[in-house]
Design a protein around this ligand. Sequence first.
Ligand code: ZN
Length: 131
Amino acid sequence: MHEMSVALSVVDQVERAARSGGAPGVRRVAVDIGELAGVVPDSLSFCFGLACAGTLLEGAELVTRSVPARARCAPCGRAWDTGMPPDMICAACRGGATELLSGRELRISEVHWSAPPNAPDPTPVPQPEES
Ligand SMILES: [Zn+2]
């Protein structure tokens, strides 16, 4: 249950940010998920619902955004979508070195607080470390 530990970590971070910023609750959390991050969005949404129970995030909606995996060939500079399973070999030159540009993301990109109309701006949420 990799998704459960991710969901718990997201809930924990958002809840701490909400407490330090004085937000009474959370309406919506958006998470960017790289194609190669090994997280299934539907499973994460399901686990998020469970992880929210009894926290400030109870009832919050999770929005997942998929980030396509992109790779670049070091020798010739060509960039392409790797797809899944990832295609890591340059089709132009079969070059020997490929750099992954994106696709391993797993981060909170947005939090919508259920704040009263005159509340001060919420504190930005710290980004989780990439694994
Ligand atoms: Zn190449």
